[in-house]
Design a protein around this ligand. Structure first.
Ligand SMILES: Cc1cc2nc3c(=O)[nH]c(=O)nc-3n(C[C@H](O)[C@H](O)[C@H](O)COP(=O)(O)OP(=O)(O)OC[C@H]3O[C@@H](n4cnc5c(N)ncnc54)[C@H](O)[C@@H]3O)c2cc1C
Length: 365
């Protein structure tokens, strides 16, 4: 008998997990968005939205791998672990309950205006993406606040797309990209300088009311580190205050930060058949299961759980790795955990993403 798996959240990892499981189980994927709206490549999304959408904003009906996956557009608002059901508030205003034999929690994190767990239609998503692009296009000066990959990626892409704008990158320590190998910042900072980004280390921004504004408005930034205030036509806050999307889960499943506790096999301790993956899963300090293709291991382990096979274990890397500036005219520079990099040619990226990773994408209608 085929078993039923419910995947909550069809972002980067939930979508890949659902595709991988579809041949082995009846899969229901629940998503607040009507398509894959990836959290990756913020700078490209802001500066080249049409090009970005080709690989990172794809309505689910276009993803061939999801053809066998039943989908629900809506928000999961609760789980009954004893009855093994989830409750969904659907986009058309209904509430329904769905049973599962195995549950995959892949609800990601909330981070800035670009990653929010709100129910949206395709039209609303298109409008929001276009509005952020227009906002930046109109700004003569842009201040990017933050020292992680999203901030660095955005600053580099904005400077390249609009060489006439003033682009400033501010971060609190002496270096940015502190979760990467130190070689990565040495390489990337040279690239930013060549693109004209003004780099300001040692600037810790005061967060209004303790939280980063999730707008892309003109504004003045005050510094807890004592420097004079600055003003920019657009201030992009990318300070990494990621909050896990776990309000719908019982607190006994969560760690102190609200992330889902998991073992190295992605199982939630003490909850048979319940797994978590991606940015929401407390796999390791960097919560790196998404970029390390944990979805493949999770598919094996869900199958093992349902059929009695052997569980595999996730081995996290000590440093963040992957691309930082994202696709550029000269290709994609990918940094390894050692800080060394290799480059993938620009022409190869869409075929790799669409055919190899997503397993087939239909053209837009
Ligand atoms: C193949 C691949 C390559 C990568 N390469 C890189 C790289 O080079 N560099 C790098 O920095 N990172 C890379 N990453 C990682 C990436 O930055 C993030 O870690 C990844 O986007 C997180 O995916 P996620 O599925 O956990 O979250 P998300 O993609 O955010 O998906 C979560 C989804 O769940 C939805 N949701 C939330 N709550 C609910 C609810 N209650 N009900 C229903 N839906 C809900 C959210 O709105 C969202 O749509 C890569 C990831 C992948 C998969």
């Amino acid at each position: 008998m085929r078993r039923r798996v419910v995947v909550v959240g069809l972002g980067d990892t939930g979508m890949l997990t659902a595709i991988g499981l579809a041949r082995h189980a009846d899969v229901l994927g629940v998503s607040v968005k009507p398509g894959l709206l990836s959290g990756q490549e913020l700078g490209m999304r802001l500066t080249r939205p049409d090009e970005w959408a080709r690989n990172y904003w794809i309505e689910f009906g276009r993803l061939r791998g999801l053809d066998r996956v039943q989908r629900a557009h809506g928000e999961v608002i609760g789980v009954d672990l004893a009855a093994r059901t989830v409750t969904i508030h659907t986009a058309d205003g209904l509430t329904r309950t769905e049973p599962f034999d195995a549950l995959v929690i892949a609800t990601g994190v909330t981070n800035g205006f670009w990653r929010r767990p709100t129910v949206q239609s395709a039209g609303e998503i298109d409008t929001a993406i276009a509005a952020a692009h227009a906002r930046l296009a109109d700004a003569a000066s842009v201040a990017v606040i933050g020292g992680g990959a999203a901030a660095v990626n955005s600053a580099g892409n904005i400077a390249r797309r609009w060489p006439d704008k003033r682009v400033d990158l501010y971060f609190p320590r002496d270096q940015a990209l502190r979760s990467h190998h130190p070689r990565v910042w040495r390489t990337v900072s040279r690239r930013l300088e060549s693109l004209g980004v003004a780099i300001h280390s040692g600037h810790r921004a005061e967060l209004p009311h303790g939280v980063a504004p999730d707008l892309l408005d003109a504004g003045t930034v005050h510094w807890a580190t004592g420097q004079p205030d600055i003003h920019a036509d657009a201030v992009l806050w990318a300070v990494g205050q990621a909050r896990p999307n776990t309000d719908w889960l019982p607190t006994e499943l969560l760690d102190d930060g609200g992330f889902v506790r998991v073992g190295p096999d992605f199982r939630v301790p003490g909850q048979p058949g319940v797994f978590a993956i991606g940015d929401v899963a407390a796999t390791d300090p960097l919560r790196s299961s998404a970029r390390n293709r944990g979805d493949k291991l999770l598919v094996r382990n869900v199958r093992a759980e349902l059929t009695g096979g052997r569980m595999r274990q996730f081995r996290p890397r000590p440093h963040r790795w992957g691309s930082v500036l994202g696709p550029q005219p000269d290709g994609l520079q990918v940094f390894m955990p050692t800080g060394h990099s290799f480059r993938m040619p620009a022409w190869s990226l869409t075929p790799i993403i669409q055919r190899t990773i997503y397993r087939g994408v239909r053209p837009p209608r």
